[in-house]
Design a protein around this ligand. Structure first.
Ligand SMILES: [Zn+2]
Length: 361
C-alpha cells in the first residue's frame, strides 16, 4: 500500500512537471530585435553583448527596414544570418509612411523590387499604411482598406518562393476593418500575420501606446484567427509589462526598439517593470532611487554587467541600452519559468497598473 502511494505521488509530480512544461511553452513569446540603426551602433551593441559573456542571444531574430537602412547595416545583418544563423525579418517601412518619409504608393514598387532582388531573409512584411490617432475615421477607413487590398495584390505579385514567408499587416480600428484584413489574409492561405494599429502619441505620432483599445483589437484578432492556427506578430511595442500582457494572450512574437529608445530618454527597464528615469538631471521629474533600484533588482533576480554600477548606468546611455536589452530577455525568461501567481506578485511591486483584467486567457 505504501509503495503504491509512493508511486502515485511520483506520478502526480511527473504529470505536474509535464503540465508546467506545456504551460511554459505556451506562454513563451519571441523577441525580435529591431536593428534599423547605423552600422557603427549595430556593431557596437553586438560587441558589447558578446563581451558581457551572457550566453543568451538577443539577436537570434532581428527586424530591419531595408529601404531605410544603410547598405552597410544590411551587409552586417546578412553576415549574421550567414555566420550565426540569425533569423531575419524584412520590415515594409509602414512606419516611414506614417512619418511622411515616403508615400504609400511609392512604397509598393520600391519594396517589390527590393524583395525580388534580396531573397535571403526569412520573413517579408507586406506594405502597410498605418493610421495614426489624429486621422479622421474616413482616413482610417481609407488606409486600412488600402493595406488589406494592396497586401493581397503584393502577395500575388511576389515570387512564388517568397510567398510562404510573407507577413501581411492587420491595420484597423473597427471590428469590420479588422475582420476585412484578417479574412482577406486567411483567403491567401498565409499563416503568420502582423498587427500594427496602436494609438499613437509623440510629436510625430511615432510612439505606439499599448492601451485598452490596442488590447481590444488584439483580442478581436485572436478571436478571428484562433481556429486557423495563425501566428501573430505585434509591431513596435516592448516595455516589459506589455510583453507580459502579450504573452497572456498567446501572441507569437513582437519587435521592439523600446529598450534603445527608453535608454536615450534616460529611462531604465527592470524585468516586468516599465522604464523609470535614472539620470537625476531634472529635479522636476520622478526618478528611481538607488535603493529602489537595488530592491527591484533583488526581487526580479536581475543581474547584468551593465548595471553593476548605478552611477555609471545613470550617466551612460549605452549602458542603459544594454541593461534594458538584458531586462527584455529576463522578462521573457520570467514569463517562461515563473507561475502566473509568481509573476503577479512581482508585478504588484513593479507595475501594478498592468494587472487589469488578470489572467483572461
Ligand atoms: Zn542590468
Amino acid at each position: 500500500m505504501r509503495i503504491f502511494s509512493k508511486i502515485l505521488r511520483q506520478l502526480i509530480r511527473y504529470l505536474n512537471g509535464m503540465i508546467n512544461i506545456y504551460k511554459n511553452k505556451k506562454r513563451g513569446i519571441k523577441f525580435v530585435a529591431s536593428m534599423t540603426e547605423s552600422p557603427g551602433r549595430v556593431k557596437r551593441i553586438r560587441q558589447l553583448w558578446d563581451d558581457s559573456g551572457d550566453p543568451r542571444d538577443p539577436f537570434a531574430s532581428v527586424l530591419i527596414t531595408p529601404l531605410f537602412a544603410s547598405k552597410n547595416t544590411l551587409k552586417i545583418i546578412r553576415n549574421w544570418k550567414e555566420e550565426r544563423g540569425t533569423e531575419v525579418y524584412f520590415d515594409s517601412g509602414g512606419f516611414w509612411v506614417q512619418q511622411g518619409k515616403i508615400s504609400y504608393r511609392d512604397l509598393y514598387p520600391a519594396l517589390m523590387e527590393f524583395y525580388k532582388k534580396n531573397q535571403w531573409a526569412d520573413h517579408y512584411i507586406l506594405p502597410d499604411n498605418v493610421p495614426v490617432s489624429t486621422d479622421s475615421p474616413e482616413t482610417v477607413e481609407k488606409k486600412t482598406f488600402e493595406t488589406a487590398h494592396f497586401s493581397c495584390m503584393f502577395f500575388h505579385e511576389m515570387p512564388d518562393n517568397l510567398k510562404p514567408k510573407a507577413i501581411p499587416v492587420i491595420q484597423g480600428h473597427t471590428y469590420s476593418q479588422i475582420y476585412r484584413a484578417v479574412s482577406s489574409y486567411i483567403n491567401l492561405g498565409i499563416k503568420y500575420f502582423g498587427f500594427g494599429s496602436f494609438s499613437t502619441s509623440g510629436n510625430n505620432q511615432n510612439i505606439n501606446q499599448y492601451d485598452s483599445n490596442a488590447e481590444t483589437r488584439l483580442n478581436l484578432i485572436n478571436e478571428f484567427t484562433r481556429e486557423y492556427g495563425i501566428k501573430i506578430h505585434v509591431f513596435g511595442v516592448g516595455t516589459p509589462p506589455v510583453i507580459w500582457r502579450l504573452s497572456l494572450n498567446n501572441f507569437f512574437s513582437f519587435d521592439s526598439l523600446g529598450w534603445m529608445r527608453a535608454a536615450g530618454y534616460g529611462n531604465i527597464f527592470m524585468p516586468l517593470m516599465p522604464g523609470k528615469l535614472c539620470t537625476h538631471n531634472n529635479i522636476f521629474r520622478p526618478h528611481i532611487s538607488i535603493d529602489d533600484f537595488e530592491r527591484i533588482k533583488r526581487i526580479t533576480n536581475h543581474k547584468c554587467e551593465f548595471c553593476s554600477n548605478y552611477n555609471r548606468l545613470s550617466k551612460s546611455r549605452i549602458n542603459r541600452v544594454m541593461h534594458n536589452l538584458s531586462c527584455i530577455l529576463d522578462t521573457i525568461d520570467h514569463i517562461r519559468k515563473l507561475s502566473l501567481e509568481e509573476i503577479k506578485k512581482v508585478m504588484k511591486i513593479t507595475s501594478s497598473k498592468y494587472l487589469y483584467q488578470e489572467g483572461q486567457k
